[in-house]
Design a protein around this ligand. Structure first.
Ligand SMILES: Cc1cc2nc3c(=O)[nH]c(=O)nc-3n(C[C@H](O)[C@H](O)[C@H](O)COP(=O)(O)OP(=O)(O)OC[C@H]3O[C@@H](n4cnc5c(N)ncnc54)[C@H](O)[C@@H]3O)c2cc1C
Length: 404
């Protein structure tokens, strides 16, 4: 970094290259800095604090945590290819945010190399540390624009002993949220995932892409509920009770509970293996990753779908997501897709903004969403972001033309 600063060579940091906003793509004349060899877990201490080098794969972090009797609260579909440094740089979300929070909530401290080569070691290990500005937060979610993250201190969690998973058909969206709240109240905080699929997505995956259907009849909405608890015998019963109560109220119309880890994987495949189901049929598509307040989610999905199909009647719109976190993914494919991307972005982002949402929930801004950041940030916020960037990287050599 010292040399690059001296010669004013822009640097684009690369982790596992699984990012979905073109944040790790260098332009001509920019240097790609791979963290592929900066790997390894340095320590897991008795308090469940792990210190790990930034290029380590997330899956390795999870495996080493488990070997020490702990659980990593970060989990995303790209776990086998993405790096913990990339997760920090994008503040990755994923399947367990409803239980463990975003990456930000799992990071206690970090080390970053600044634009001029100075090493900022801030490997805090304590949950409470109010000694001035919390500098790690500057780098979490900064997508390589403020520093190169080189080491991370993570707070791990007690390793769950049970895993129960149910695929559920519900009367409507309100029933899905009622079931989530019922589960969160009755299951003592062990709900680890709550994923929702609208019928457009479910029918496409099952009828067009040929996935094995967990439930045969068609319903208004589907949810995948997972609990990871500490009592392998009682947790199954607790989950069954919650579902039985929701059957009685009419919220739940049908459900299947996984009987083995293979079943768990098969149920998750329907929701999680999105590229496998969609790529062969709609390879040219935009997948939006937006946040909307949970109470406005159904309205957002209905209005976005209606506006897109009004404009392009032959379009395909498929909705699914981490609804427990208010995060929906909307996959859209249009005839002559590339020609309409800007107009499509404006339609979706303006609708989401009107309902109080934001244009990126967990994938970040990178290069792809940069032109649209104004939908979700005020002038004052953009000004402060620019001030931070100018002060930490006055020559703009760190991932230029990304985010702002
Ligand atoms: C199948 C699949 C499923 C996914 N599911 C999710 C999901 O559920 N939730 C979610 O949030 N994301 C998801 N993603 C997106 C992606 O995996 C995450 O954004 C991930 O955190 C990126 O990590 P990476 O190591 O691949 O980073 P890269 O793609 O290499 O880089 C991403 C950005 O971070 C910067 N960066 C990388 N490493 C560092 C570092 N050490 N220091 C500073 N900057 C750095 C890069 O410059 C770039 O701007 C998914 C992607 C795929 C392909």
């Amino acid at each position: 970094m010292t040399l690059c600063q001296h010669y004013l060579v822009p640097v684009v940091t690369q982790g596992g290259l699984t990012g979905l906003c073109a944040g790790a793509h260098p332009d001509a004349g920019e240097l790609a800095l791979s963290l592929e060899r900066l790997t390894g877990v340095e320590e897991v201490d008795a308090d469940g604090v792990m210190v790990v080098r930034a290029g380590t794969l997330l899956q390795v972090v999870q495996e080493v945590a488990a070997q020490h009797g702990w659980h990593c609260g970060i989990d995303i579909g790209s776990r086998g290819s993405c790096t913990i440094g990339g997760n920090v740089a994008t503040n990755a979300g994923g399947n367990c945010v409803v239980r463990y929070g975003m990456t930000r909530d799992n990071v206690l401290g970090l080390e970053a190399v600044l634009a001029d080569g100075r090493v900022l070691t801030s490997l805090n290990r304590m949950r409470k540390n109010n000694c001035g500005y919390d500098l790690k937060q500057l780098f979490i979610g900064s997508e390589g624009t403020l520093g190169v993250v080189t080491r991370v201190a993570l707070q791990l969690h007690p390793e769950p002993l049970s895993q129960e998973c149910a695929f559920i058909a519900l009367r409507d969206y309100e029933s899905a949220i009622a079931l989530l709240r019922r589960g969160q109240k009755s299951l003592g905080g062990i709900v680890s995932s709550f994923e929702v699929m609208w019928p457009d997505y479910y029918s496409f995956v099952v009828d067009v892409a040929g996935a094995a259907a967990p439930l045969q009849a068609r319903h208004a909405i589907y949810a995948l509920l997972e609990v990871r608890g500490f009592d392998a015998v009682a947790d199954r019963g607790r989950l069954e009770n919650v579902l039985a109560e929701a059957f009685e109220t009419g919220e739940v119309e049908d459900a299947v509970i996984a009987q083995s880890l293979d079943d768990v994987r098969r149920l998750w495949d329907v929701r999680d293996d999105v590229a496998r189901w969609l790529d062969p049929y709609i390879p040219s598509r935009t997948t939006f990753d937006v946040s909307v307040p949970i109470r406005a989610m159904q309205l957002a999905v209905d209005q976005v779908r209606a506006r897109i199909l009004h404009r392009w009647e032959n379009g395909t719109v498929l909705c699914f997501g981490h609804i427990g976190d208010g995060n929906v993914h909307i996959a859209v494919s249009l005839p002559d897709h590339r020609a309409h991307i800007d107009e499509l972005n404006h339609i979706v982002f303006s609708q989401i903004t009107e309902l109080g949402g934001v244009i990126s929930a967990e994938h970040g801004i990178g290069r792809k969403r940069r032109a649209y950041l104004r939908y979700s940030r005020s002038e004052a916020e953009l000004e402060v972001m620019k001030l931070i960037k100018q002060n930490l990287d006055p020559n703009s050599i760190l991932n230029p033309n990304k985010i702002i």
